[in-house]
Design a protein around this ligand. Structure first.
Ligand code: URA
Length: 257
C-alpha cells in the first residue's frame, strides 16, 4: 500500500537513506559546492599515543639510511627509484611519488597506487581520486593547492594490501617526504595511512575524525587527522555524513592556522 507523505514518514525515509545526524542548522552540499559557507565545528583536541595502542613496525635500517641521505624532494625521488629493498617496485610500471604544491600547508597521504596511478605515475587520479578532489573542493581547497602522496609508492599487484614488511621498507621514505614538505596539517586518507603514521593498531572507524600528534624524527609535532578513504566512501555512501564532519574539522583547523 502507498504510504502517505507525512513529516514522520519523510523523517523515517531520510534516516533509512543514511542521514542519521544533524550536523548543521542549514542544509549543506557535502562535496560539490566550494562556495557554500558551512557552519564550522569547534576544534577537536589532539590525542597522545599510549604504548598499548602502538604497532611494532620492524625497523628497516637499509631504507632508513637511504631516506636520510635526501636533502630535497628530487633527491628523495631518485633514491627511491634506485632503492631495491621493496619488491613491489619489480611489478609496478611507475613510481608514484607525489603531486601538487610542494610548499602547501596541507599534505594528504593515501595507501598505495592503484592501476590508474601506476599507469600515470600520479597519486589519486582514478575514481577515488576524483572523489578526493570533490571532497577537497567542498571545503574550498583545490587539489593543486595541497600536496598528495601515498605510504607505498609502488602499486601492490592486484591492489592487495601492502604487507607489514613492504610498509616497513617504505616507512622511512614517507617520513622523510613529510619532513621535506613540512606541512602544517597532515590528512591521513584511510586506515593504512592512519595506522602506519600514527603507529596505532586501531581501525579507521576509531581513528577518523580525531586530531593526533604526528611526531617527526626531530620530535616536533604536526597535527594529523584521519579521514575515510574515498574508495571506502564509494562503497559506503552513507558514511559521507561522517566524512563531511571530518572535512569541516579540517576546514576549521586551516582557518585557525
Ligand atoms: N588509493 C590510494 O590510497 N592512493 C592512490 O594514489 C590511489 C588510490
Amino acid at each position: 500500500m502507498k504510504e502517505k507523505l507525512t513529516s514522520l514518514n519523510l523523517s523515517k525515509w531520510i534516516v533509512e537513506s543514511g542521514q542519521s545526524e544533524v550536523l548543521s542548522e542549514f542544509p549543506q552540499n557535502r562535496f560539490s559546492d566550494p562556495d557554500s559557507e558551512p557552519k564550522v565545528l569547534g576544534l577537536i583536541p589532539s590525542r597522545k599515543i599510549v604504548p598499548e595502542d602502538k604497532i611494532d613496525f620492524p625497523t628497516n635500517i637499509n631504507s632508513t639510511e637511504t631516506a636520510s641521505m635526501a636533502s630535497n624532494l628530487a633527491e628523495l625521488r631518485e633514491l627511491m627509484i634506485k632503492y631495491d629493498g621493496c619488491s613491489l617496485k619489480n611489478t609496478a610500471m611507475n613510481i608514484v611519488f607525489g603531486d601538487g604544491d610542494e610548499k602547501s600547508d596541507v599534505m594528504l597521504i593515501g595507501e598505495a597506487p592503484g592501476a590508474d596511478e601506476d599507469r600515470e605515475g600520479i597519486p589519486f587520479v582514478g575514481l577515488s581520486g576524483k572523489l578526493l578532489n570533490k571532497m577537497l573542493n567542498s571545503i574550498g581547497l583545490l587539489r593543486s593547492e595541497v600536496y598528495i602522496t601515498n605510504i607505498i609508492p609502488w602499486r601492490p599487484p592486484g591492489n592487495r594490501q601492502p604487507t607489514l614488511q613492504e610498509t616497513a621498507a617504505c616507512l622511512p621514505f614517507i617520513q622523510r617526504h613529510i619532513e621535506l614538505i613540512n606541512p602544517k596539517v597532515l590528512i591521513l586518507v584511510g586506515g593504512t595511512a592512519s595506522k602506519t603514521l600514527l603507529v596505532r593498531k586501531d581501525g579507521i572507524m576509531r581513528l577518523r575524525g580525531r586530531w593526533f600528534d604526528y611526531q617527526k624524527n626531530d620530535k616536533t609535532i604536526i597535527p594529523a587527522l584521519s579521514i575515510f578513504h574515498p574508495a571506502f566512501l564509494l562503497r559506503s555512501p552513507a558514511q559521507k555524513v561522517n566524512a563531511w564532519k571530518d572535512l569541516l574539522a579540517i576546514r576549521s583547523r586551516l582557518k585557525n592556522l
